[in-house]
Design a protein around this ligand. Structure first.
Ligand code: SF4
Length: 325
């Protein structure tokens, strides 16, 4: 590991901009990346004691501090009662030990688990821009089918971020100059384009201080994760679905997909196709086929193009009372 300076932030209003620094929360991904010398910050700024570890209700919304652990967030009574899709997503991630350590802010900022990104002997545009992408014609079973580019087909690994995107959560940030931003969770991460080295839209030194969960989330919520084993595995495909059914019509339909793109993917075409309609299995499938119209497989991951719609259709049937399969 490359030597680095360690600093500690005592107050989230007192940010020190560092040229090549990183904020340190739970460190469950960053420290691994530093050991592999994929991340080589000059300075680590520990933010775990900067007063960002509370969950509180304000004007109906719920404010979650960025240093709340994944375990505490999943178990909080407000989250379990009103945002069950988020609680379920969190509990499907990693292991209990990792969830105890991992933070809300850090979960958003974890990096892809593409195996070529971690293997410094292989070509990877995300790790070393311009070097190529060994996943394109390599082992790409876990890779993207939506929004990818010729430079990168990696997927974002977070379960939590998929649920946050589906809930229309808002990420709250603060910059070293004191200015603040409200970024919709669905817009925090970016598609790879010609800069796959950039995972998100945050600027250098910009700190996630918390997340705002909306006052009135849809009442029907579910998260489902398809993976190779029942614990400690990243999603092959996952989905966060939330909606209301009022007077026999679907309202506030929100569908987030994980394991399919460089960012949590809001299935906005499918949402629009379902909004205001009566629940119907054929309609569910038609909506998801429209969503997948531009999906592209890369060989090993072709199956995701049919798997993702099946997962969402099954969840919609379950949530709207049409059955499970
Ligand atoms: Fe690197 Fe992205 Fe290609 Fe994986 S898919 S090897 S992260 S450029």
């Amino acid at each position: 590991m490359k030597p680095f300076e360690y600093d500690r932030l005592e107050n989230s209003h007192d940010l020190s901009a560092v040229a090549n620094g990183r904020y340190l929360g739970g460190g469950t991904n960053l420290i691994d990346l530093m050991k592999h010398q994929i991340e080589t910050p000059d300075v680590l700024v520990d933010v775990t004691r900067a007063g960002m570890d509370t969950i509180e209700q304000r004007d109906g919304a719920v404010l979650v501090g960025s240093q709340v652990s994944n375990t505490d967030l999943a178990a909080h009574p407000l989250i379990r009662k009103h945002y069950s899709v988020l609680s379920t997503a969190l509990l499907s991630g990693a292991t209990q030990q990792l969830r105890n350590k991992a933070t809300t802010g850090g979960n958003f900022l974890q990096r892809t688990r593409c195996q070529y990104f971690y293997d410094t002997k292989r070509a990877c545009n995300k790790r070393q821009p311009g070097s190529g992408c060994d996943a394109m014609n390599g082992l790409n079973r876990f890779h993207a089918i939506l929004g990818e580019s010729e430079n990168c087909i990696a997927v974002h690994p977070s379960d939590m971020a998929v649920a946050m995107a589906a809930l229309d959560a808002v990420v709250l940030t603060r910059k070293p100059d004191g200015s603040e931003r409200r970024i919709p969770a669905a817009d925090l991460h970016r598609l790879p384009g010609d800069r796959p080295d950039l995972d998100h839209v945050l600027e250098q030194g910009e700190l996630i201080v918390g997340v705002e969960l909306p006052e009135k989330p849809p009442k029907l919520q579910a998260y489902r994760k398809v993976r190779d084993r029942s614990s400690y595995a990243f999603a092959v495909v996952s989905a966060a679905v939330a909606l209301d059914v009022e007077d026999g019509q679907m309202r506030n339909v929100r569908i987030g997909l994980g394991g399919v793109a460089h960012k949590p993917w809001r299935a906005s075409k499918a949402e629009a196709a379902l909004e205001g309609k009566a629940p119907d299995t054929a309609l569910f499938m038609q909506a998801m086929r429209e969503e997948m119209a531009d999906a592209t497989g890369h060989g090993h991951n072709d199956f995701k193009i049919t798997l993702a719609p099946r997962v969402v259709v099954s969840m919609l049937k379950q949530l709207t009372g049409l059955g499970e399969n």
